[in-house]
Design a protein around this ligand. Structure first.
Ligand code: AMP
Length: 361
């Protein structure tokens, strides 16, 4: 099939790398020729109506790689091609308030929240939610951008100033022990597969390390997370990969965010799982049977390469380490690539992580 991707970043690139062995062709709607996937398929540059039409006419099925994709583009493309995940998944996940509303309807735990549009609404929200709390823009946030951690009432004006007048959401601060995520894939026929829960370590809002599977996860905790995913993914009739980010707070799971796409915390699946998240997304949107999601190695880790390429030679020399670079220019806080480490011993995994510690903050 001819698969179109709205966007041409590293996720599109890794989708392409898993689509080619299955005999598919790729098209991208990119911002520029420099985008990480623009050399991996036929690339349409610009999002003008005539370009979108050419791109849609040239794709049998279209997907997107970011929840910040313009809904109106998805709507236009849907007139010509099938788009998976659907406009509904996108509309829901690009607004933190809509996400939380749906979670509440489905009785899935999330932080207490209130939408705020002014400093006085923020003051009122703090009266009911309390401090500490986190103020976030309802849209367009990623890697912790557009967020302010409010600890004291004296910070209210500064916090609101940080939102640049944008609609925002105040969330109660969750005292969590660790951050987890669950990735699932759902086919057009409703078939559903889950990857194991993984543990994520962030620094200044950016994911730095994923350990997969997360350690000390009881069967009941995995089942609880899968139960939340099951309600959510079926409710929105999602087709493709869906990710939920969770806080683990003394065995209570609280959902933080939903992403309608392959996720950075699932990059380890390229070497670590029987079928990667990328291949399974491609399988789902092309109406093919979903692949096994079980792990190939008992212990896996993923380290992000952020800002600078660093000692990539050393990565190549490290046993059981795999290097993935995205062909991007070095820039502060930019995701340039990742390293996957696979092992059948937890000690050996930690040793390899330790030998690459210069990549960790
Ligand atoms: P987000 O963009 O929502 O994923 O937030 C980025 C990071 O901020 C998360 O990975 C958490 O470490 C932290 N964070 C976000 N929301 C909360 C919350 N309600 N309580 C505690 N920490 C949070």
């Amino acid at each position: 099939m001819k698969i179109g991707v709205l966007g041409a970043g590293q996720l599109g690139r890794m989708l392409a790398l898993s689509a080619y062995p299955l005999g598919h062709q790729m098209r991208f709607l990119a911002l520029s020729e420099e985008d990480p996937s623009s050399l991996l398929g036929k690339t349409y540059i610009n999002s003008k109506a005539d370009v979108i039409k050419l791109f849609s006419d040239d794709s049998d099925v279209v997907t997107y790689e970011s929840e910040n994709t313009d809904v109106s583009i998805v709507r236009d493309v849907s007139k010509k091609s099938n788009v998976f995940p659907s406009e509904r998944s996108l509309h829901l996940t690009q607004h933190r308030g809509r996400e939380k509303e749906l979670l509440c309807e489905l009785n899935i735990p999330c932080a207490p929240y209130q939408i705020v549009n002014s400093v006085s609404e923020l003051q009122n929200a703090i009266k009911s939610i309390g401090l500490p709390a986190i103020l976030k823009t309802t849209r367009d946030g990623y890697d912790g951008k557009g967020q302010f951690h409010i600890k004291f009432e004296s910070q209210i004006d500064e916090a609101w100033g940080h939102m640049s007048g944008n609609e925002s959401i105040l969330e109660g601060f969750v005292k969590f022990e660790r951050e987890l995520s669950l990735i699932a894939v759902r086919g057009l026929d409703g078939s559903l597969k889950y990857y194991p829960l993984v543990e994520n370590t962030h620094h200044e809002g950016i994911l730095r390390l994923t350990v997969a599977p997360a350690q000390n996860i009881s069967k009941s905790l995995q089942k609880k997370a899968e139960g939340y995913m099951h309600s959510l993914i079926n409710e929105i009739d999602h087709v493709g990969v869906l990710t939920i980010e969770l806080f683990d707070s003394k065995d209570e799971l609280i959902v933080n965010e939903i992403a309608p796409r392959v996720h950075n915390s699932g990059h380890w699946t390229i070497e670590g799982a029987q079928t990667s998240q990328f291949e399974n997304h491609i399988r789902a949107i092309t109406n093919s049977p979903l692949g096994e999601t079980s792990i190939k190695h008992q212990f896996n880790a993923m380290i992000n390469i952020i800002g600078e390429y660093g000692a990539t030679q050393k990565v190549l020399e490290t046993e059981n380490a795999h290097l993935h670079l995205y062909d991007k220019e070095e820039r502060q806080d930019r995701k340039l690539g990742h390293i996957t480490i696979t092992s059948n011993s937890f000690d050996a995994l930690n040793k390899s992580i330790d030998s690459l510690k210069e990549y960790l903050p």
